[in-house]
Write a protein that binds this ligand. Structure first.
Ligand code: DP6
Length: 393
């Protein structure tokens, strides 16, 4: 049996991907750009094993067996195997390895964050799977395009730091790949707060939502042709210069435009809730109070917010979030997860100036994190999710 375990991070788009020009190859209508979050707080872990002894291919996700016939998964398998054949024949190294490519595979994957966090866990999941398969089959070179076949945004989780997914021009998708723009060490003061909003509504999945927008939204066309290319260049400059004000403004405008496109979709799609809007309001009031842009929000296909800010502002911002949104019965400690932090009592001055009604019990908890690295191979057997027979531990 050959076995590999990897961990891969979650990414949050600051210039959003919304809409495909090819549904099978998962080619986007526009380039996008994201921040990779620290995998210590948010990561997928995947173990892949192949053996002559396995009688069929199987997959378990968060302890539940999944159907492996899912077309996206099958596309990923097909592509990585083709790439492996190519790599080995170039190196005149077929034989044994080629035989292995026909063996059945067992995959076991889990996330270290609750599904309720509503984060694009498929991005971390596919990035992790593709990284592990690449090690298993000895594939080197560009593989972010293989992760893209699983879920578009997954290609951006193939690198740490700040990552651009270039939409590419080729019809075969060979140039629609992710590229690092700056490393995870580039902007050490940058922090992220994931605000997990209490919400039971069933939402339209991103895949389906973006299809509807492509078919019906006029605004999406303008965005793709006239707005995104310019924003990608601007945000890259803001990242290069560590210009937080500029970074934050583009981030918020991008999030707002994504949700404007959703409203322009017919029938409209609404991902933001009253709580999301209240979070946006708090951010704008706080920035006004500070006389400059100190916090940025961004929302994906759900009501949870991701706030970006600098380390020095985290305690004050958390004190406000806790004041306005915290669950009534939870203790202060269980409200904030992730990096260690002392949160002071909110000041009367801040509360009076922000002047907003409180919405208790509307944010379940907050994950405090920073910018992190890309996928990692975990060599220690203790990390493996499969036992020595290749079944979930
Ligand atoms: C709103 O990558 O989940 O998070 O490619 O269909 O799997 P598929 O969609 P997915 O879409 C992510 C959309 C988004 C914005 C983004 O991450 O860029």
């Amino acid at each position: 049996m050959h076995i590999v375990t990897c961990a891969a991070p979650v990414n949050i788009a600051i210039v959003k991907y919304w809409g495909k020009r090819d549904e099978t190859l998962m080619l986007p209508l526009n380039s996008s750009l994201s921040v990779t979050l620290n995998p210590v707080q948010l990561r997928a872990k995947t173990t892949v094993a192949i053996s002559r002894e396995f009688d069929k291919s199987r997959m378990w996700l968060n302890s539940v067996e999944q159907n492996i016939d899912n077309p996206r998964l099958q596309n990923v398998f097909r592509e990585i195997k083709q790439r492996a054949y190519r790599c080995h024949s170039e190196k005149n190294n077929c034989g044994n390895r080629e035989d292995m490519l026909n063996w059945h595979i067992h995959i076991c994957s889990e996330n270290n964050f609750p599904t309720s966090a509503g984060l694009a866990s498929s991005a971390a999941g596919y990035s992790c799977l593709v990284s592990a398969l690449a090690y298993l089959f000895g594939v080197d070179g560009e593989i972010s395009d293989i992760a893209r076949l699983g879920s578009g945004s997954a290609c951006r989780s193939m690198y740490g730091g700040f990552v651009e997914w270039d939409m590419g021009r080729c019809n075969d998708g060979s140039d629609s790949v992710a590229r690092p723009v700056a490393s995870n060490e580039h902007w050490p003061e940058l922090r992220a707060l994931i605000l997990v909003v209490t919400d039971d509504n069933k939402k339209t999945k991103s895949t389906e939502g973006m299809q509807k927008s492509v078919n019906t939204s006029e605004l999406l066309k303008t965005r793709v042709e006239r707005i995104v290319p310019h924003r990608i260049n601007e945000i890259k400059e803001a990242i290069r210069d560590k210009d937080f004000d500029r970074f934050a403004e583009i981030t918020m405008k991008e999030s707002n435009q994504l949700h404007a496109v959703c409203l322009d979709t017919f029938p409209p799609i609404e991902y933001l809730t009253e709580v999301s809007r209240r979070i946006m309001n708090l951010v704008h009031r706080f920035n006004k109070l500070c006389g400059r842009t100190k916090v940025a929000y961004t929302f994906d296909a759900g009501p949870n917010a991701c706030l970006f800010l600098l380390e020095e502002d985290v305690p004050r911002v958390l004190s406000l979030i806790r004041h306005f949104f915290r669950p009534v019965n939870s203790c202060f400690e269980s409200f904030i997860h992730g990096l260690p932090i002392e949160v002071p009592r909110v000041t009367t001055d801040d509360v009076l100036t922000i002047s907003m009604g409180i919405m208790p019990d509307t944010i379940q908890y907050v994950i405090y994190t920073n910018v992190g690295c890309g996928p990692q191979r975990l060599d220690d057997c203790d990390h493996s999710l499969l036992d020595e027979k290749g079944f979930p531990k």
